[in-house]
Design a protein around this ligand. Sequence first.
Ligand code: PMP
Length: 374
Amino acid sequence: MIYLDNSATTKIDPLVLEAMLPYLQEEYGNPSSKYYLLAENAKKAVSVAREQVAALIGCHPDEIIFTSGATESNNFIIKGIIDHYSSSSNLIITTKVEHPSVLETCNYLQTKEVKVNYLDVDNYGRINADQLHSLIKINKPVLVSAIWGNNEIGSLNPIKELATVCKQAGVFFHSDATQVIGKLPVNMTDIPGLCFLSLSAHKLCGPKGIGAAIIRKQSDEIYTKITPLLHGGGQENNYRSGTLAVHNIVGFGKAAEIAMKQLTDNQRKLLDLESYLSDILSSTLGDKVYFNHDNSDKIPGILSVQFKGVNNELLLKKLSPYAALSSGSACSSSKPSHVLSAIGMTSEEIRQTIRFSLSPHTLPSDLDFFKSLR
Ligand code: PMP
């Protein structure tokens, strides 16, 4: 079977697994313990992983708070900011195409008297800096949260411009970069207004159950203030207490290191693969296929394709013995896609859409299977 659902999750890299195994076996020390070698080894392993993840996204290792994944990071950052600053403002600005872990967090906060403004997106799922600037001028929020690259259609927001608008207005800016890391260059140091980032390891051939929330320091010493997620022994700069999952953190670090080394090659491979697949679909099915995105400005390897006149669920079931695909996000697969609806697609068009998400490990010959589609 061909696996083409890499935006849902990826297969762990064998080198990542190999790096993790000692920390599930003989290296079982707690990195918060002191004086003996097992603890020191665990501490060292966590510190190396922190540097590997920091190198991938251009932040300082101390700015990384390891979490269980991007869902937790999104919840933590948005709730943590609102909790800490609610006396100054209780408005959040976000977009209509966020991951459910942002949208449902905002929905929850609305039940607690927080106000949320949802920015409309263009036909390709993007917001722009002018639109954000105009809205901020009318009503200053405490936080803007905008997804970097969309998990269903791959569209990219102009993060640097949005961050500049937020910085000039003195507003915190958060972005969910889960789908972008390892596929496109990310350098937080180049984007001074970007205060918070959410990441997840299992989208880049790392283990599940580990991710990170990045909280940028405002100066050498001062962290942006945000209410801690878990109170306890003070791990992760007091933001998320609890014994660290050393094996998962090591796996995340290794996956980040590999992704960093292979970034340019992988980008090239993904672009080649997606153009190979688009050509196959277009030449096999002609005008019965339509691509829902702007090919020049998106995450490489994500294709959102309408199969005209075909019910996507029936097609997915029919293809399931041969190809693993999804209609959109695995996180909200029972509901019609809010992302496709936000870009103006009708419910009929949404029911005809399938997401292909490729991996650098996908082979062109895997994609030849789609030549048999009629
Ligand atoms: N944000 C985006 C954009 C995602 O694609 C996902 C995973 N589907 C998440 C957040 C949630 O990540 P995790 O599975 O690590 O909680």
